[in-house]
Design a protein around this ligand. Structure first.
Ligand SMILES: [Zn+2]
Length: 299
């Protein structure tokens, strides 16, 4: 486990449009490009970046493949991967880590979701600084929830995984290709609070943080019921729709078949589903992600 950054966190990338139809982050980054002073602090230099320009123009999640799955180290050095998003991943990696001088310390990757996730922080990796900052944000904004392990497995080939410090911000529920002013402003405020925290950190005015953090740790993904050809056999049950972060207990409704039959949760442990009915996850075979609600100490 790496140590806490002993000195300062000075270079921040604020990324929007990793998915080209998630407008909250795209329009925030466009705003920051137009008014750069909003994201500068005396000790923090912020770089606004639109990650997937062609997908943004087309108002699509991606052109060839999901950009947020293209950042595995072996893929970034694989010359045979020539799809648009693979090229973008290589260019972004070079820009943030080599061309940018000094290189980026922390990445804030802005996303939106059709699930009712409110303001969610998806922390990358295990770095204690990320948990400290997340604990601070959830103290400042009780509506903020913190999740970890959303891309499980050994490698997490997300854009934010390029550096140890940082996270994705997911806001919703918002349909793809549209804006919600209230969620736009809440996300904007969260970014300013992060930059102010980094400024205070750099000036050794370490803000007080709570001793514990409520963390929603991903356990597994659940797909929709499908037939042998992959055809959907059921929908999210109306009782579960928009119930992200609420407890799901043995016997609670999960899915409703097209003939009207309810399929219930049959696990013995109470879980907390998130990303329920995320539109972009149908193709990934994910109806929701089950999490465990944990209290973890912050030192
Ligand atoms: Zn996204």
């Amino acid at each position: 486990m790496p140590l806490l950054p002993s000195d300062s966190v000075k270079q921040v990338a604020i990324v929007g449009g990793t998915h080209g139809n998630e407008w909250t982050g795209i329009y925030l980054v466009k705003k920051f490009e137009q008014f750069p002073h909003l994201i500068q602090r005396s000790t923090v230099n912020s770089l606004p970046l639109l990650a997937n320009p062609r997908a943004i123009l087309m108002n699509r999640r991606y052109i060839d493949r999901d950009l947020n799955r293209c950042f595995a180290a072996e893929d970034l050095t694989n010359p045979d991967l020539t799809g648009y998003e693979n090229q973008r991943a290589k260019a972004i990696s070079t820009q943030l880590l080599s061309e940018q001088s000094p290189p980026i310390d922390l990445i804030i990757d802005l996303h939106s979701t059709t699930a009712n996730m409110g303001l969610s922080i998806l922390v990358s990796g295990e770095h204690p600084f990320n948990l400290k900052l997340s604990a601070y944000l959830s103290q400042m904004y009780p509506a903020v929830r913190v999740c970890r392990g959303i891309q499980w497995g050994e490698v997490s080939p997300t854009l934010r995984s390029l550096v140890p410090l940082g996270f994705a911000i997911e806001v919703g529920a918002i349909a793809q290709g549209m804006l919600d002013a209230a969620l736009f402003q809440q996300t904007e405020q969260l970014i300013y609070t992060i930059l102010d925290y980094l400024e205070a950190w750099n000036q050794n005015a370490r803000p007080t943080i709570p001793e514990q953090l409520t963390l929603f740790q991903a356990i597994t993904a659940v797909d929709y019921p499908r037939d042998a050809t992959g055809e959907l056999q059921a929908m999210i049950h109306p009782d579960l729709q928009f119930q992200d972060y609420q407890p799901l207990r043995l016997g609670d409704p999960m899915f409703l078949t097209f003939s009207g039959e309810t399929i219930t949760y049959n696990g013995s442990a109470t879980v907390f589903p998130i990303f329920i009915n995320e539109a972009a996850y149908y193709e990934k075979g994910i109806a929701m992600i089950l999490t465990e609600k944990q209290q973890i100490p912050i030192d």
